[in-house]
Design a protein around this ligand. Structure first.
Ligand code: KIV
Length: 271
């Protein structure tokens, strides 16, 4: 029987077993109780409380402004909704790059104050000391390579990463370093599909792709993008499963119309 049908609670070990069995892992972001509840009930394997909350929840242009307190608020709301999925929380920009003791303190706050099961951070060799320190406290860590949005001011653009040999080689060695450290998985964002396939075959931990093609162990999308709530963002890799912004606007317009025309509330909708 498929593992995902069998487990009552998804753990990092379940994800490792899914990779071994060739079962794809389905991951989405969520930032609040109501959506997280729906995702969990629908059977999602992993919920990422991504720092994309900075964009889709708070309306900032980048992921940089969101704070650890904000992430803790979002993550605690998500954890209260979830019975089955593994909840992973992004360490926001500035809370782990300084030094490994600071990184550990940030990760501990997330684990203590939210009840989540794991943290995610962006980068390779340059953050390995922080990864090691967090892992040594028994906190599961997920890596994130390729397009790392917290470094957008260094990249200058959100175009596909690691198309040149040097960057591709560094990405492959970073993925191996993260796996060797003991990370339980790694997100590969917006890199060539062939490279993502090579990385996936070269490490013994699950790779989760976003704009990284099909040869990865799982896929992740930002919930508000795949539901069609956001409109401005339309990269090639994004499949929209709904046009919720149209449905929501339509429902709100119907409500406004009903209020204005005194059609709401009717006799049955009053005491
Ligand atoms: O913050 C986020 O939503 C992410 C995903 C894009 C992987 O890191």
């Amino acid at each position: 029987m498929a593992l995902h049908k069998n487990v009552k609670r998804v753990t990092t070990h379940v994800l490792g077993a899914m990779k071994l069995k060739g079962e794809k892992i389905a991951m989405l972001t969520a930032y609040d109780y109501s959506f997280a509840r729906l995702l969990d009930q629908a059977g999602i394997d992993v919920i990422l409380v991504g720092d994309s909350a900075s964009n889709v929840m708070a309306g900032y242009e980048t992921t940089l402004p969101i704070t650890l307190d904000h992430m803790i608020y979002h993550a605690a709301s998500v954890v209260r909704a979830v019975n089955r999925a593994l909840v992973v929380v992004d360490l926001p920009f500035g809370t782990y790059q300084g030094n490994s003791m600071g990184a550990l303190a940030s990760a501990i706050r997330i684990m203590k104050e939210t009840g989540a099961s794991a943290i995610k951070l962006e980068g390779g060799e340059e953050i390995i000391e922080s990864v090691d320190r967090i892992l040594s406290a028994g906190i599961p860590v997920m890596g994130h390579l390729g397009l790392t949005p917290q470094a957008i001011h260094k990249f200058g653009t959100y175009v596909v990463r690691a198309t040149e040999t040097d960057e591709a080689e560094k990405l492959k060695s970073d993925a191996k370093a993260l796996a060797k450290s003991g990370c339980f998985g790694v997100v590969l964002e917006k890199i060539p599909a062939k490279l993502a396939g090579e990385v996936t075959r070269s490490v013994n931990i699950p790779t989760i792709g976003i704009g990284a093609g099909p040869e990865v162990d799982g896929q992740v999308l930002v919930l508000h993008d795949m539901l069609g709530i956001t409109q401005e963002f339309s990269p090639r890799f994004l499949r929209r499963y709904h046009n919720l912004q149209m449905e929501i606007k339509g429902a709100v317009q119907n409500y406004i119309e009903d209020v204005r025309s005194k059609n709401f509330p009717n006799e049955k909708e009053q005491y």
